[in-house]
Design a protein around this ligand. Structure first.
Ligand SMILES: [Zn+2]
Length: 460
């Protein structure tokens, strides 16, 4: 098996820098596995995609970067094919392939076989949504598209009662996906999940490479202020020009393209954090400039500033949320596959919390471990890299997603309503327990109590 290095971790933690450090020391070249960074430099869309500036790459070659148009999607199967070719080519040239990037699902599909039909575990997080829009989803089945959701649900109950008990009757997207899988494969989705689970138990995960993975980790206390700062810096250095540019493309596109094409503006680069968060601000700015010259603008400057500040906060919150999900993903999805890989995939957590200590805590440690790996020397124990490493890499904390998907029960919250106006559904006991402690739930419960109190008041 080919040997590769890989750098994973949350947004803004310094993955690209570590990859450059490794490439420069170990005769390597970087392979980008971030869907956003694959997008072409189009009038400088470097900021919203967090692209590493050329001068920081120190001459290290970066593959699979800057080659897509913003409208184009880069499917996981395409990434897997291109990255595999790239690894072959570099290995033949005696160059070390160093994978780096933030689209975790890409990385997972590259490192292991059998990750193509993804276990649908019902988590509705952004990372999931992003990957699902790229994962080779079964074809759209026209005869299903025309059915109302309750009819779809009835069909699912007939072909796959196990999955039907997991989805809420109004969750069209998940019901549809389970049905599409049935149509595409002729097998109930629950059956496929069971088979995958059985296969994993007999064969373990099947790595495609001998991989040394560095997980760059920074405690939220250290990371979040850095993420906030980065958002401010993005705004200073031209984020708004890029957003305006993307907005112009939507306007231009929506005039000439049929309605369905609009959907593509919910994918590709348009899902980058920052674009939708600033929508209220740009809408307000556009409304102001649309006014007749002799009428006063709809928004005062002070109001515009207030909207802008709110949007900035939203973008910061979205960035932190994304970082949180990336860590959850590594622990709940990535690590279980690592533990099943019987030593072919090794993970070392490096503490990137203190940037002043980068050279000793991150750079030097990574280079030492990588050298041992490349020279087939004995490897250090990953748990020996400090308390955080020992805790985050512990097996007991990582859950087996296969076991979880087959065992969970859904809980419908009697008080919470989502911002789409639907009832809030939690998948599994764990999620339900967490939800009951959440601020959202406590607020909803309080509101409900107030409503009941008001309703029970005797009329005056
Ligand atoms: Zn609730």
């Amino acid at each position: 098996m080919r040997k590769i290095l890989s750098v994973i971790g949350t947004t803004g933690v310094g993955k690209s820098n570590l990859a450059v450090d490794l490439c420069r020391t170990l005769r390597g070249q970087a392979i980008n596995s971030d869907a956003m960074q694959a997008s072409q430099v189009y009038k400088g869309l470097d900021i919203i995609t967090n692209k590493m500036p050329l001068e920081e790459r120190h001459g290290v070659t970066h593959h699979l970067m800057d080659f897509l148009d913003p409208e184009d999607e880069y499917k996981v199967t395409e990434f897997k094919r291109d990255a595999t070719q790239c690894i072959e080519k570099l290995s033949n040239e005696n160059q070390l392939p160093v994978l780096v990037g933030g689209t975790n699902y890409y990385m997972q599909s590259l490192l292991w076989r059998n990750t193509l039909i993804k276990e649908t575990n019902g988590e509705s997080d952004e990372e999931e949504d992003r990957s699902r829009s790229r994962s080779p989803s079964p074809e759209i089945v026209p005869e299903l598209e025309v059915l109302e959701t309750p009819e779809l649900y009835d069909r699912l109950k007939q072909v796959d009662p196990i999955m039907a008990t997991k989805w809420h009757v109004s969750d069209r997207r998940k019901i549809m996906r389970s049905l599409q899988i049935f149509h595409a494969t002729g097998k109930p989705q629950s059956e496929i999940i069971k088979e995958q689970k059985a296969q994993k138990e007999t064969h373990g995960a099947q790595p495609r490479f001998k991989a040394l993975v560095f997980w760059l980790y920074a405690d939220p206390v250290a990371l979040y202020p850095r993420l906030d700062e980065r958002v401010d810096k993005m705004i200073e250095t031209g984020l708004f020009e890029e957003i305006k540019d993307l907005r112009r493309r939507v306007v231009a596109g929506s005039i000439t393209l049929p309605g369905q094409e609009l959907e593509k503006y919910q994918r590709g680069l348009w899902q980058a954090i920052g674009y939708k968060e600033f929508d209220p601000y740009f809408t307000a700015v556009e409304e102001n400039t649309l006014e007749e010259p002799d009428t006063s603008p709809k928004f005062k400057l002070s109001e515009l500033k207030k909207i802008k500040d709110e949007c900035t906060e939203r973008m910061k919150a979205a960035t932190r949320r994304y970082a949180r999900r990336q860590v959850q993903w590594i622990r709940n999805k990535f690590l279980p596959s690592v533990f099943d890989s019987k030593g072919d995939v090794l993970v070392y957590l490096l503490d990137a919390g203190d940037l002043d200590a980068w050279n000793t805590n991150v750079q030097q440690k990574a280079i030492d471990v990588a050298r041992a790996f490349l020279e087939d020397r004995p490897m250090p124990d990953p748990a020996s890299f400090g308390d955080v490493a020992a805790k985050m890499l512990s097996k007991s904390d990582a859950e087996d997603t296969h076991a979880r998907v087959l065992n969970w029960k859904k809980h419908v919250c009697p008080v919470c309503i989502t911002n789409k106006g639907e009832v809030a559904i939690m998948n599994g006991d764990l999620e339900w327990e967490q939800h009951k402690k959440s601020r959202w739930h406590r607020k909803s419960s309080k509101r409900k109590r107030m409503e009941e109190l008001t309703a029970n008041k005797p009329p005056l």
